[in-house]
Design a protein around this ligand. Structure first.
Ligand code: EPZ
Length: 427
């Protein structure tokens, strides 16, 4: 397994190109199941999870073609054609490697009238149940069966009749599955307290481009009028707001000055607000974000929440940043029950962090020191990289396959702005 070696202390300066959003791509790809016509996605990030999803789509008989991008380019174009679907089953050996596979349940049910998906296990940050996914599909008229570690959803003959579902908890994935199931329903489906993340808007925009009829896009009340069929489309994946926020923290902790090319400030307001509270200069432009930290970093009180609140996917990265603030910060993680796996590793680098349940108290320190650390989950891994960039000495980050799931060519992007970072095979 590869590892990353980072020698801290360099001030990051220059431009980082921001890739397409992983968490949008993972819900846009299964939309190809909803039509026999070609669906082409542009600006797809080059990530392990995207490769995994391509393989899963091939498993269903969907042809996929990765089109002309030079190896040095970031992003890829993928055309998918689900003319004939030869299987409606997402098997355990694929789902266990990529829990986002659950997002085939809704579109496969809509297209084929049934779908069977291995139950995704939990992961490092929590047990990640899918009860809300199933409740929403049942509210639209699906019959749900659970057996032998698989979930099977079945629509009545003629398709889902439609219905209403009021989410007791905001769920991104359950909203995505419900919307994708509803677009070919026989009636109207309504969702209340639906997730409003920009990735949901990206999904709705693709579906509308394919001929879906959706009202309330961007709000928590969605109305989907089922249509008989959808047609193909070509669509550009939105920029990754979490990748952009992650590199903003990296620039800030080094006292750097970096332009995040392609970042969309309109989708990052809570993160920008947090960065400014910490004393980071953020300039919003049409082409991206300029992030600079000249003076000392200030402590901040940060609480994660569903969009438009502060993204839980930014919590670990912002925690690394405030480890160097002059004062005490309080972070509250309200979305996942176990999203502080980065804390013990940051402590090994000299950070002063105490956690009580979902609250973390971070006392800023003058210096962090390099250490051998272990990545545990995607965003925790990034928080270790951010700390390492400002630490004195060398940090070795192991199990970086976690990073490769969510950050396209991370070390190349950081080298572009002067970081001393290299990837080596694990001896
Ligand atoms: C998506 O996960 C993202 N993943 C996550 O990003 C992100 O952290 C999360 O949304 C919240 O923004 C993708 O988009 C692929 P949820 P998802 O359903 O859909 C509970 C990353 O680092 N819940 O919004 O799984 C759940 O346990 C990843 O890029 C239920 O109880 O998140 C959690 O506490 C990590 N029942 C809360 O809701 C359900 O049926 C929010 O989960 C579903 C969720």
């Amino acid at each position: 397994m590869d590892k990353l070696i980072i020698r801290g202390g360099n001030r990051l300066s220059g431009t980082i190109p921001i890739s397409g959003a992983k968490n949008s791509a993972l819900t846009l790809i299964p939309c190809a199941l909803l039509t026999e016509e070609p669906v082409t996605l542009r600006n797809l990030p080059r990530l392990a999870d995207i490769d995994g999803f391509q393989h899963l789509m091939n498993q269903f008989g969907v042809t996929t073609v990765i089109q002309g991008t030079r190896p040095e380019d970031f992003g890829r174009v993928m055309s998918m054609e689900a003319t004939r679907i030869t299987s409606t089953v997402a098997p355990y050996d694929l789902v266990r490697k990529m829990r986002a596979s659950i997002l085939v349940l809704g579109p496969m049910l809509a297209r084929m009238g049934e779908a069977t998906v291995s139950l995704p296990g939990g992961c490092a940050i929590g047990d990640r149940p899918i009860d809300l996914h199933l409740q929403a599909l049942a509210a639209f008229g699906a019959v749900i069966e659970l057996a032998a570690g698989y979930v099977k959803a079945i629509a009545p003959d003629g398709g889902l009749p439609g219905g209403e579902f009021d989410f007791p908890v905001v769920s991104v994935g359950a909203t995505e599955n419900a919307v994708m199931a509803a677009v070919l329903a026989n009636g109207t489906c309504r969702l209340f307290n639906a997730a409003r993340e920009p990735e949901i808007v990206d999904l709705c925009n693709l579906l509308v481009a394919m001929g879906a009829e959706i009202e309330g896009i961007g709000t928590s009340d969605l109305t989907i009028h089922g249509v008989k069929r959808l047609h193909g489309a070509t669509y550009r994946v939105m920029a990754d707001r979490i990748e952009a926020g992650s590199y903003a923290c990296a620039a800030a902790i080094t006292g750097g000055d970096v332009f995040l090319e392609g970042a969309n400030a309109g989708e990052m307001q809570a993160t920008i607000h947090a960065l400014r509270a910490i004393g980071v200069t953020v300039e919003e432009t049409k082409k991206g974000l300029r992030v600079a930290a000249e003076g000392p970093l200030r402590p901040a009180n940060l609480t994660t929440a569903p969009y438009p609140g502060l993204a839980t996917d930014m919590q670990a990265q912002l925690m690394a940043l405030v480890c160097k603030a002059q004062g005490t910060s309080v972070l509250k993680e309200t979305i996942f029950e176990n999203r502080y796996m980065h804390v013990p590793e940051l402590r090994r680098m000299g950070a002063d962090i105490e956690t009580e349940g979902r609250t973390a108290i971070v006392k800023g320190v003058d210096r962090l020191t390099g250490a051998e650390v272990m990545a545990t989950d995607l965003r925790a891994s990034m928080s270790l990289i951010i700390a390492a960039l400002a630490a004195e000495g060398e940090t070795v980050v192991r199990r970086i396959y976690h990073l490769d799931r969510g950050y396209e060519r991370l070390e190349e992007k950081l080298q572009l702005v002067g970081a001393d970072i290299e990837r080596v095979g694990d001896s």
